[in-house]
Design a binder for this molecule. Structure first.
Ligand code: F6R
Length: 275
């Protein structure tokens, strides 16, 4: 691995999603009992579709996998059509051979959220930690529901949604008024403990958040920027989401070097040369 924050820019979101799914599939083949951190929303949808295809066409096996979702709306039961539990069932879990008991989504209707959040963290810890965390990013730069101003050391807890997020998600609820105001969410600190993160962003409405995340300062005002402190982050973007990055040529050079490294073509990188 050459870089802490790798930036992979694909021609379109479909290619980017296939790339993301390949990272997941490679991990599963290497470590069949791996722990995946999962996101909801539009960004990971095509990645999940590709994972379903790999399961159906190539027998990609999820039978030993454990999953932890990032977040859930407060007040929605697990069978509410807009709950993140339902999203995961419909868009992934119902189509692969994962054991339902190995899938974890925070409970939006917990009676005691403090205890529930502590137990969620404990379950992640007991599972051995998250091997690979998939992330989307909000237009305000949030990861999970860690809205601007969230502590970069935060753990799973209740969080108020920002007005920008309520506006962005109103389309799923048929109006802003119907969007829940609170969510249970993994904290930035929880996410930073995962061994590898894949951040997906597609479309020009994500371009500013991606620029701030990758090339801006680390700040609680853009919680995704905390990923700069993570040991292994891979941002997989389409062209529009990458359009405001100023170092695109450099990221392409790094990817070329990374491919040579992975192909064992060390000489072309000047590794092992003489003189
Ligand atoms: C969802 C989540 C959110 C979304 C973000 C982007 O589990 O954690 O942070 O990833 O709001 O949403 P989309 O992908 O719908 O643009």
């Amino acid at each position: 691995m050459l870089l802490c924050v790798r930036v992979i820019i694909e021609p379109d979101s479909e290619a980017a999603s296939r790339r993301a799914a390949k990272f997941v599939a490679d991990l599963l083949r290497k470590k069949p009992d791996c722990v995946l951190g999962l996101a909801t929303g539009s960004s990971p949808l095509a990645t999940y579709r590709e994972l379903i295809r790999l399961h159906k066409d190539e027998g990609l096996d999820f039978s030993q996998v454990t999953t932890f979702n990032l977040d859930e709306y407060v007040g929605l039961s697990s069978v509410h059509p807009q709950s993140y539990r339902q999203f995961m069932q419909v868009n992934l879990f119902d189509h692969i051979n994962i054991r339902l008991t190995s899938t974890n989504v925070p409970d939006g209707r917990a009676l005691d959220f403090e205890t529930h959040c502590r137990q969620y963290e404990q379950r992640i810890h007991d599972a051995g930690g998250i091997d690979l965390q998939i992330l989307g990013i909000g237009t305000d730069g949030h990861i999970a529901f860690n809205e601007p101003g969230s502590s970069l050391g935060s753990r799973t807890r209740l969080k108020s949604l920002a007005s920008e997020t309520i506006r962005d998600n109103a389309r799923f609820f048929g109006g802003e008024a119907k969007v829940p105001r609170l969510a249970v969410t993994m904290g930035v600190g929880t996410i930073l403990e995962s061994r590898r993160c894949i951040l997906l962003a597609f479309g020009d409405h994500k371009a500013k958040a991606i620029r701030d995340t990758v090339e801006g300062p680390v700040t609680a005002q853009v919680t995704a920027s905390a990923l700069q402190l993570h040991r292994e982050v891979i941002c997989i973007l389409d062209q529009p989401a990458a359009s405001l990055l100023t170092r695109r040529d450099y990221y392409a050079d790094v990817e070329k070097a990374q491919s040579l490294l992975e192909a064992g073509q060390l000489k072309q990188l000047g590794i092992g040369g003489q003189g």
